[in-house]
Design a protein around this ligand. Structure first.
Ligand SMILES: *Cc1c(COP(=O)(O)O)cnc(C)c1O
Length: 397
């Protein structure tokens, strides 16, 4: 029941102005529900809320993270989605939902994000599962998957940092034949450029920290897929407590509103920057799925029908670590920041950043050299971006 209006200062300080008036107004953007706890005038309603039928405690169910989940599921074209406080937390939840047993086999890309590899490696070791690294673009890999019969096959739909583009339907079919769950990290293209589930992924991972947020002001991660695969992750989340905060969810959803138009612009800008870099004597090679000479360009045309994305990588001519580090200090418009998906162009030395958690042998096997610079092309004029990169290259070498 409602208490009488407070008259004493201490009570007023705690209770005055606490109830939102009931209203028929529908806000055009969702309010931020910062309250970590809500109460009910009716005990049966509270009882139901504790079972997750209404909102009473944010670890059980939160309005803003649910709105983001609805949006990401709609973008991915999946039945359901679960949100987490980072991409890594999302990956951990995905792994835990599989209940791996000793002797199970897990296949991961040999040229994927270093932290993901480190997490899966530690997780597999703890469970006594066998870890197998594979090139997801090698023609023999689907056949090997059928023979290996793994429990889980993971792929990055555009790999970090080498921009390799696997043929997802071919891998999905092999995973299905082997009885494996096929999980795809589609952070690089984002669901605006690729709906990985439509190419056969059972589970799709996003680090929403990147393109979905788009402005580098909130971390987050999502796993999307069929209800039956997502439900155990949501149930476990109530207990392990890795929930996405309401403000982060709100910021991410705000970013999602412009995702398709941003990705179209990022793709066009990256294509222009790739062409400009290609023409420079300071650049050994440019990796961009939209370039004819990209090793999987034909596959990329099928996998990325709406644009080749904002990520590219290039090798500085003859550079070692010292020259690469100097390059990072010479960029002016572009920022040497170890992330991606921002409106600002970000550059990064792959070997010491995204591939930092790989061993030197793993980096060598994947083909990640000291001269490799990764670029997340922003929304500045692409010729300004290209000129900044080229002047930095000239100054560094
Ligand atoms: C950044 C990233 C992750 C990890 O996400 P966080 O939000 O940093 O935890 C996973 N996969 C890829 C491809 C990434 O780029």
């Amino acid at each position: 029941m409602s208490p009488p209006a407070p008259t004493k200062v201490k009570t007023a300080a705690v209770h005055a102005g606490e109830r939102v008036e009931a209203s028929r107004a529908i806000p055009l953007s969702a309010p931020i529900f910062m309250a970590s706890v809500s109460y009910f005038d009716d005990s049966d309603a509270l009882d139901g809320a504790l079972d997750g039928r209404d909102y009473t405690y944010t670890r059980i169910k939160g309005q803003n993270s649910e709105l983001l989940e609805q949006a990401v599921a709609a973008l991915e074209g999946t039945e359901d989605c679960a949100a987490f406080p980072s991409g890594m937390a999302a990956l951990k939840a995905l792994l835990e939902s599989l209940e791996l047993k000793a002797g199970d086999r897990v296949v991961v890309p040999n040229d994927g994000y270093g932290a993901s590899l480190a997490l899966v490696k530690a997780f597999a070791r703890e469970k006594g599962a066998e870890l197998h690294l594979r090139s997801m673009t090698a023609p023999q890999t689907p056949g090997e998957l059928r023979a290996l019969k793994p429990r889980l096959v993971m792929a990055e739909s555009v790999s970090n940092p080498l921009l390799s583009v696997p043929d997802l339907p071919a891998l999905a079919e092999a995973a299905r034949d082997a009885g494996a769950v096929f999980a795809v990290d589609a952070t690089f293209p984002s669901p605006a450029l690729q709906r990985a589930a439509s190419f056969g992924a059972d589970l799709v991972l996003q680090s929403t920290t990147k393109w979905l947020n788009g402005h580098s002001d909130a971390m987050g991660g999502t796993v999307s897929g069929a209800k039956a695969r997502i439900a155990p992750m949501k149930a476990a989340r109530v207990l392990h407590g890795a929930v996405l905060g309401p403000f982060e969810a709100w910021l991410t959803l705000r970013g999602v509103r412009t995702l398709p138009v941003r990705m179209a612009a990022h793709s066009a800008h990256a294509a222009r920057v790739a062409e400009r870099l290609k023409a420079s004597p300071h650049v050994e090679r440019v990796l961009y799925p939209g370039l004819e000479e990209h090793p999987q360009h034909a596959v990329a045309r099928r996998m990325l029908p709406h644009g080749f994305g904002g990520m590219l990588a290039f090798e500085l001519q003859g550079a070692g670590r010292a020259q690469a580090f100097r390059f990072l200090e010479k960029v002016a418009l572009c920022k040497p920041a170890p992330s991606l998906g921002d409106v600002t162009t970000l550059v990064m030395h792959a070997a010491t950043a995204s591939a930092r958690r790989m061993t030197p042998e793993e980096r060598a096997a994947a083909g990640i050299r000291e001269s490799l610079i990764r670029v997340s092309v922003g929304l500045e004029d692409p010729d300004d971006v290209a000129e900044d990169l080229l002047q930095a290259a000239a100054a560094a070498l």
